[in-house]
Design a binder for this molecule. Structure first.
Ligand code: PLP
Length: 377
């Protein structure tokens, strides 16, 4: 059976051009970047270069980039790093459709009384209204956290407008950029964003490595202490090969971005055409303003788990969009926030295409999916 992978928003395969660079580093540059001898210097040089490549890609300075273990750690570092400096309890504004990497640390801080939390609502298309940010801001608002692109619907949010609102009031603005990094040209030098997270495995780099952009002058309390690495903002010996892989992966992704965007959109639209032809099927999200690789579909009267299992039997990997680290599929909190019922929120299937998706694979899924849905009904 030929396997088809359509879950690129969950993770992407490693690009062989990235692997080559990692392999070379793993074998040849094994020094500890903090060591003063030649072996350390080689590893340090690699990390410094990675800082420069990533910073250059985002239009910022190398010392504004902190490498971490991934998107989740970056979000935790941004949140605890800013709120850990508060002398008294503060107020935070976030959206109801953030990834759990953002929602959970905020909820934890709210539970222990460190912060009060306000959620921005979304409409039935999953769109945010920046005017709501203005309405929710208080004297004691210490952080605004809104993602750039939603991992389930692919919706893109008005980050520039929200950032401007935050900047006018001198409130730090954290943007979870995990789903947009490598898919869009992001100039953080121009965008009014103070903190921006990214993760290598979403753009064909290795898993377990990511980063956080921290605007110069912003006071950030480290999450991991015990070393002066990353300019005292993230202790611990660096994942040298991973960091170098991240930089290479970002470079390749941005070089290929424009061509890929058009190709992926064509493949996604082709798939959506087939989905729309299935009776009782719908596509969720802001169809005019979303990532070109993502489609989030609902199939009346069938839950996503059943469809995903059936697809998997045919070698097709898709997802329900929501995290399922517990092994059971939860209803999508994004669809619930959009006003859909729990039943509908348990029914959605996310297909996300990427660099290695072919038209032939889309045709295979386009043929199998209507059969599967009709059989399950
Ligand atoms: N934020 C968003 C929007 C994501 O989609 C993900 C991963 O799915 C994360 C954060 C977490 O990133 P990581 O898997 O690198 O911890």
């Amino acid at each position: 059976m030929k396997k088809v992978y359509l879950d690129y928003n969950a993770t992407t395969p490693l690009d062989l051009r990235v692997k080559q660079v990692i392999d070379r580093f793993l074998v040849n540059s094994y020094g500890n970047p903090s060591s003063l001898h030649w072996a350390g210097a080689e590893a340090r040089k690699g990390i410094d270069e990675a800082h420069s490549i990533v910073a250059g890609s985002f239009g910022v300075s190398p010392d504004e980039i902190v490498f971490t273990s991934g998107g989740t750690e970056s979000a935790n570092l941004a949140i605890h790093g800013i709120l850990g400096n508060l002398q008294k309890s503060g107020h935070v504004i976030t959206s109801s459709v953030e990834h759990h990497a953002v929602l959970e640390p905020l909820q934890t801080l709210a539970q222990i009384g460190r912060i009060e939390l306000s959620h921005l609502r979304v409409d039935t298309k999953g769109r945010l209204n920046p005017d709501d940010v203005v309405r929710l801001i208080r004297e004691e608002t210490a952080l605004i956290a809104v993602m750039y692109a939603n991992n389930e619907t692919g919706n893109l949010f008005p980050i520039e407008t929200i950032g401007r609102i935050a900047r006018e009031r001198k409130i730090p603005f954290f943007c979870d950029g995990v789903q947009v990094a490598g898919k869009r040209a992001i100039n953080l030098g121009r965008l009014p964003v103070d903190l921006f997270s990214f993760s290598a495995h979403k753009f064909y780099g290795p898993k377990g490595v990511g980063g956080l952009y921290v605007r110069k002058g912003l006071k950030l309390k480290p999450l991991i202490e015990g070393g002066a690495q990353e300019m005292k903002r993230r202790g611990g010996t660096e994942n040298v090969a991973g960091i170098i892989g991240l930089a290479q992966a970002l470079k390749v992704s941005l070089e290929e971005m424009e061509r890929e965007k058009a190709r992926l959109k064509r493949l996604r639209d082709l798939l959506e055409e087939r989905i729309r032809s299935i009776p009782g099927a719908c596509i969720y999200g802001d169809l005019e303003n979303r990532l070109e690789n993502t489609t989030f579909a609902g199939f009346d009267r069938i839950d996503s788990e059943t469809i995903l299992i059936a697809l998997d039997r045919h070698g097709i990997a898709a997802s329900n969009g929501a995290a399922c680290s517990s092994g059971t599929l939860e209803p999508s909190h994004v669809l619930m926030a959009m006003g859909f019922s729990e039943r509908e929120a348990k029914g959605a299937v996310r297909f996300s295409v990427g660099r290695f998706t072919t038209e032939e694979e889309i045709h295979t899924v386009g043929e199998k999916l209507p059969e599967i849905v009709s059989h399950l009904r």
